[in-house]
Design a protein around this ligand. Sequence first.
Ligand code: GDP
Ligand code: GDP
Length: 454
Amino acid sequence: MSDFEIETVDAVEDVDQDAGPAPVVAVVGRPNVGKSTLVNRILGRREAVVEDVPGVTRDRVAYDAAWSGRRFTVVDTGGWLPDSSGLAAAIAEQARLAVDLADVVMFVVDATVGATDVDEAVVEILRRSGKPVVLVANKVDDVGAESDAALLWSLGIGEPHPVSALHGRGSGDLLDAVLDALPEEPPAETFGEIGGPRRVALLGRPNVGKSSLLNKLAGENRAVVDSVAGTTRDPVDELIELGGKTWRFIDTAGIRRRHRENQGADFYATLRTRSALERAEVAVVLVDADQPLAEQDLRIISMVVESGRSLVIAYNKWDLLDEERRHYLEREIDRQLHTARWAPRANISARTGRHMEKLVPAIETALEGWGTRVPTSKLNQFFADLVNSHPHPVRGGKQPRVLFATQAGVRPPRFVLFTSGFLEEGYRRFIERRLREEFGFDGTPLDITMKIRE
Ligand code: GDP
Ligand code: GDP
């Protein structure tokens, strides 16, 4: 074992970013045992704040990390000691929080001090939780101190891993142990694999102009009919070249065929929409600009949002509009589409070809928002700022706050917020709005869930 085992770890960017949610590793321990120093060591850079004053609330707590190609989120719980009465109680509370949210707990003990009563109390909590615990015997700066580490077997939670967070000694072995304790790697998200043409569904109620648009796009551009085997209704897709790229338009046979069916057959339309959405990455919902927005239009938009696909709204038949109607739409669209204000829009005419060239950029914007991943450190900086500038209103003497957040996935972006109480609907909407302002996410629904620690 060399004295300077690791200086840097894998760059997080080198690791597959789409391989599902990253497991959470929480770092727990008394003040000054070296938690933040250890987190910095794991990150391979000075990012976590090392405090000289114990108990000061640190803003940033969660970071992206990777070791041996495995991605995980490190959470430094050292900052969670707000208005605590006694140190022991506060550390116990911190341990409970950590246990709730973490997949693995790194319990840090200062080997030069040995196990204290507070350490023993934390061990009790960790043991009861049943979560995997990796015991870190820190400040073992040289071989001579290794016997101090061995004494920590007495805590009864397994092997103490001697490390020097300050110098890096032993940290490679420690990270191997953490990796061993992580849950099985979830299968990579099978949906929306990179490569192959992106999959587009043209949706909308009967007569909005789906087949007209399809004919326009396919007619003026190179189109190839492609049958997809193995699907029950045997839909046929069309590969159409637009804006220099090939796109797969889903179930175009269904769009064309429905002409011969009963145009009012709502049931089949809904069925078609559902199955097209299953295979699509982005939906272009056509709306008849010349007609009042109908219940059915909103229902289709809701179906897209609920399916978690990205969304573009195309107002078709723009050629039929008089000046008055245009002004009306410009004023009213946002209010009418309040559930999907974030969707890129295009005002087109499948008949005249108006603004056809605006469709592809809108689709690309939506797909980009759909696949956006925000680095954990950025996300937590965002929440730290948000919680400071716009705290949740006090309710019953309590003020719930976001402790930390992680993005659990993409397509669509999924966030998990770990909070110290229930966040009201209004505040959750505010969070979504601010997330969109800060990071874009145009054209994509966001999936935000809370994990509450009461
Ligand atoms: P935290 O309160 O648990 O986050 O502890 P910090 O990371 O802030 O470290 C507390 C003090 O211990 C700092 O002065 C660190 O430089 C020091 N320290 C941390 N790790 C080591 C180590 O491995 N060896 C030695 N000798 N000092 C360390
Ligand atoms: P679908 O049922 O959604 O596939 O709609 P169609 O493409 O069959 O169009 C329904 C009717 O609307 C047809 O008579 C089309 O000619 C007409 N239509 C489609 N797009 C436009 C458009 O942009 N402008 C005008 N004026 N008529 C359109």
